[in-house]
Ligand binder design. Structure first.
Ligand code: A2P
Length: 275
């Protein structure tokens, strides 16, 4: 079982889940089923991924195999395009619940879209959903420190999670430190750098020394930083391998060698650039 991280609202999430970005409609049900059978209990979804009905179908089937809904943490995100507004956020939240055929545990704003000037008001709507008891935890995704500071200053409610791109090339140390001071869990998307970092010679050497795979080495690095992550794989054996990270630990020297890989390179969009 993956370890859990406490959230600032008193609940907890598995540190390690799996993501469904770019998993095709045809594959989603099979991938979710494989993930749940491997032992994952956090599924990271989003309105934008377009596959929430298939996620819902896999969860309903899992219940028949004895994997109870209340063991699971389901996350989703408000896309905010074409309309980033409080009303659109509520409509999207309700559509996600209908598609999943169950409730959402963690709901996030997918992108701040700062030029639209709406993200604080959208955050107020998520706060309202939480106060109405419709969602357990609320968070954000792709928010910078400045965006989060505005949420805190203007609403007094600190997001439970900020899900951001992070991997050894983009460790996000400053943002992680800000999160840690404010009690926010850092949840990494593209934690393997979309597989591009798996070929890095330093990662390969560390993996060989521990007799693990490069993916396992990077996943262990995330966990030892104290963060959460949602690696993606469509292959059952890789989903299982990515969860098998308890039998070894990276040394301080391994962590320092991985820290030296930082280049700032992103595989996705910068938070200020998506409007
Ligand atoms: P696949 O879906 O074919 O298994 P990220 O989570 O950083 O976005 O990375 C996802 C990419 O990493 C996908 O291309 C996925 O490929 C690949 N991947 C995930 N786990 C592993 C693994 N254990 N070994 C090799 N590649 C992996």
């Amino acid at each position: 079982m993956p370890s859990t991280l406490e959230l600032n609202d008193g609940s907890a999430i598995p540190a390690l889940g799996f993501g469904l970005y770019k998993v095709s409609l045809e594959e989603t049900e099979r991938v979710v089923t494989a993930g749940l059978d491997a032992g994952y209990r956090l599924i990271d979804g989003a309105e934008f991924y377009g596959n929430e009905r298939e996620v819902g179908a896999a969860i309903a089937q899992a219940a028949d195999r004895g994997i109870a809904r209340d063991e699971l943490t389901l996350t989703s995100k408000f896309w905010g395009d074409p309309e980033q507004s409080p009303a659109a956020a509520r409509t999207a939240f309700e559509a996600t619940e209908r598609n999943l055929c169950t409730n959402v545990d963690v709901y996030m704003i997918h992108w701040p879209r700062p030029a639209r000037g709406q993200f604080v008001d959208v955050w107020r709507e998520l706060i309202a959903l939480q106060r109405e008891g419709r969602v357990r935890s609320i968070g954000v995704s792709n928010f910078t420190q400045a965006h989060i500071q505005r949420l805190i200053d203007e609403t007094g409610v600190v997001p439970a999670i900020n899900q951001v791109e992070s991997h050894p090339w983009l460790p996000q140390h400053e943002l992680r430190a800000f999160h840690s001071v404010n009690g926010i869990v850092t949840q990494a998307w593209s934690p393997l750098g979309r597989a591009r970092i798996l070929d890095d010679p330093t990662i390969k050497k560390i993996a060989e020394a521990h007799k693990i795979s490069p993916a396992q080495a990077i996943i262990r690095w995330h966990l030892q930083l104290g963060g959460a992550l949602i690696p993606k794989s469509t292959h059952p054996h890789r989903l299982a391998q990515n969860l098998d990270i308890d039998g070894f630990a990276l040394s301080d020297d391994d962590m320092a060698r991985i820290a030296a890989l930082e280049t700032g390179e992103r595989t996705g969009t910068h938070p200020d650039d998506r409007q």
